[in-house]
Design a protein around this ligand. Structure first.
Ligand SMILES: [Fe+2]
Length: 293
């Protein structure tokens, strides 16, 4: 369990658990210059805590990308149009400075790229400009949501297959809720590129071997073999269950904070509750893992 794990970090590195559910902060390490032993400890914390934050990091885009490539090759971001100078790095911009209203671009709970046969291993955000307050990211543990289902529900779900669909993004998110022609055209293009895929609702994490409830609020749209009413009722229950407070943690960014998460083991929810400007650098970490295989 994340809460009981203690730092095994080398040198002055310190791993501090954030909650009893998941999440940690790592101090005493310079990500521009990490040793093999330090990376091994960071990787272990990534697996143990699922969401890891570092503070006070000074990185060039090359160094940020290189840190990501210690984990995996970097993958394209279908929804992010703003590529940075270094391949694999994207700009993620929030509300404009001095905006009067809170951004409506709130995707809510999701996991990245589960509408692909091979969802991302993880992602990293490096905070370059942060608002005075707001813009936190919340994470929910897929391990805990599975472990806290009743044995009867675990048994019912054991062989169930879920359908993931990129179109759900348009239905659920604030980005395209106005359903403009441009938004519909964009979503149609996304659907052509990413047909529906099937992932088991219960699967094991490919590295930790722990069982997980594998669904997310954005892209999971149905359960094979159930009627529409049955599928909707079960998914509504599971989606509510999977983000219960006791399975969650919440991170606040400072300028030069770096957030790293295991996209296989968590859902995340980026809050758009800020009005000042924000700029993040982002990379997605590729995985060849196909859930359930
Ligand atoms: Fe995301």
């Amino acid at each position: 369990m994340a809460a009981s794990a203690q730092s095994i970090a080398p040198g002055s590195m310190e791993v501090r658990p954030l909650t009893g559910a998941l999440g940690c902060e790592i101090f005493g390490v310079d990500l521009a210059n990490i040793s093999t032993a330090e990376f091994a400890a960071i990787h272990q914390a990534f697996l143990d805590y699922s969401a890891v934050m570092f503070h006070d990091q000074i990185l060039t885009q090359e160094q940020f990308a290189d840190f990501g490539k210690r984990f995996a090759k970097l993958e394209d971001e279908p929804f992010l149009p703003h590529r940075a100078d270094v391949p694999g790095v994207y700009y993620l911009r929030g509300a404009p400075k001095n905006a009067k209203t809170v951004s409506t671009q709130n995707l809510g709970w999701h996991a990245d790229h589960t509408y692909q046969r091979n969802p991302s291993m993880g992602a990293m955000l490096y905070a370059r400009e942060v608002p005075a307050a707001g813009g936190d990211t919340l994470f929910a543990s897929n391990y805990l949501s599975y472990e806290n289902l009743s044995p009867a529900m675990q048994a019912f779900l054991e062989d169930k297959i879920a359908i993931h669909d990129v179109l759900q993004y348009g239905l659920n998110s604030g980005h395209h809720s106005t359903a403009t022609i441009a938004a519909i055209d964009m979503l149609r293009g996304m659907r052509t590129k990413f047909p529906q895929v099937e992932h088991p609702l219960i699967c094991r994490h490919p590295e930790t071997g722990r069982k997980m409830l594998y669904l997310n609020q954005a892209w999971t749209v149905g359960i094979k073999g159930l009627t529409r009413d049955e599928s909707e009722a079960v998914l509504t229950m599971l989606k509510r269950h999977s983000t219960r407070d006791i399975f969650c943690c919440r991170f606040r960014y400072r300028s030069n904070s770096l957030m790293l998460w295991d996209n296989r083991a968590v859902q995340h929810s980026p809050n758009s509750d800020y009005t000042g400007g924000r700029l993040m650098w982002r990379v997605a970490l590729h995985s060849d893992w196909e859930p359930g295989k």
